[in-house]
Design a binder for this molecule. Structure first.
Ligand code: DX5
Ligand code: ZN
Length: 217
C-alpha cells in the first residue's frame, strides 16, 4: 500500500509567527498543510479566516488542506478557494444540504472533502461518495487541539475504508485529532492514508523528526 501522508495542523503553531511556521513545516517534510477554520458557533472556539489563508499562501508550495468547522459554510466557500485552498473540507453536520455544498466546492475547482464528528455514522456519506475527494474522520470532538484520541472511531475508519474501496475511486481517508506515534499506527492499520497532527508536530521542537516519527509509525 502507498505510504500515508502527513498533514501538520497549523492550529498548534506559534500564531505570532505564522509565515515562518508554514515555511518551516514544508522544509521539515510535510505533505500537506492542514488549516483549521473555527467560527465559535459550529465549534466552541475561534481560529482564523480566509484573510489568514491568503496571507500564508505565498509562504508555501504545500497543498493547503482547509478544514472548515463553520456553519453556515456555503457563503464562505468562494473566499477560501480564492485565498488559495487546494482542498476544502466541510462538516456533514454543518447544514441540511451537504450535496449542494459539495457541488459548490467542485464548481470552484478545488478538491472536496467531508468530515464526520465522532457521533456521526459512516453511512451519512453513502449518497455523496461520488462527489468527494477526501473523507476526514474526527477522532476528537472538533474545536481544540491537544485532545485524546477517541478509540471508538477506529471502527468508523475501517468501515469508510471499505466503502471507499468499493467505489473504485481515489478518495483520501484522513484522521484528525489526538494523532501521535501511539495512535498513528492504529489509524493507518484501520485504513487511514492521511494523518493530521497538531500537537505531535508543531508542539515539538524538531518538526522534521516529529514528521519522520509519524511517517514510520
Ligand atoms: C480540531 C482540529 C484538529 C486539531 C488537531 O478541531 O480539527 O486539526 O488541530 O490537533 P491535535 O493533533 O493536537 O489533536
Ligand atoms: Zn482539523
Amino acid at each position: 500500500t502507498a505510504p500515508h501522508l502527513i498533514a501538520p495542523s497549523l492550529l498548534a503553531a506559534d500564531f505570532a509567527r505564522l509565515g515562518e511556521e508554514v515555511a518551516a513545516i514544508e522544509s521539515a517534510g510535510a505533505d500537506w498543510l492542514h488549516l483549521d477554520v473555527m467560527d465559535g458557533h459550529f465549534v466552541p472556539n475561534i481560529s482564523f479566516g480566509p484573510a489568514v489563508v491568503q496571507a500564508l499562501r505565498p509562504h508555501s508550495r504545500l497543498p493547503f488542506d482547509v478544514h472548515l468547522m463553520i456553519e453556515p459554510v456555503d457563503p464562505y466557500l468562494e473566499a477560501f478557494a480564492k485565498a488559495g485552498a487546494d482542498h476544502i473540507t466541510i462538516h456533514a453536520e454543518a447544514g441540511p444540504h451537504l450535496h449542494r455544498s459539495l457541488q459548490a466546492i467542485r464548481a470552484l475547482g478545488v478538491k472536496a472533502g467531508v468530515s464526520l464528528c465522532p457521533a456521526t455514522p459512516p453511512e451519512a456519506l453513502s449518497q455523496v461518495l461520488d462527489m468527494v475527494d477526501l473523507i476526514l474522520v474526527m477522532s476528537v470532538n472538533p474545536g481544540f487541539g491537544g485532545q485524546k484520541f477517541l478509540h471508538g472511531q477506529v471502527g468508523k475508519i475501517r468501515t469508510l475504508r471499505e466503502m471507499i474501496n468499493k467505489t473504485g475511486r481515489q478518495i483520501r481517508l484522513a484522521v484528525d485529532g489526538g494523532i501521535d506515534t501511539e495512535t498513528a499506527p492504529v489509524a493507518v492499520a484501520a485504513g487511514a492514508d492521511v494523518l493530521i497532527a497538531g500537537s505531535a508536530v508543531y508542539g515539538r521542537d524538531d518538526y522534521a523528526a516529529a514528521i519522520r516519527a509519524l511517517r514510520s509509525a
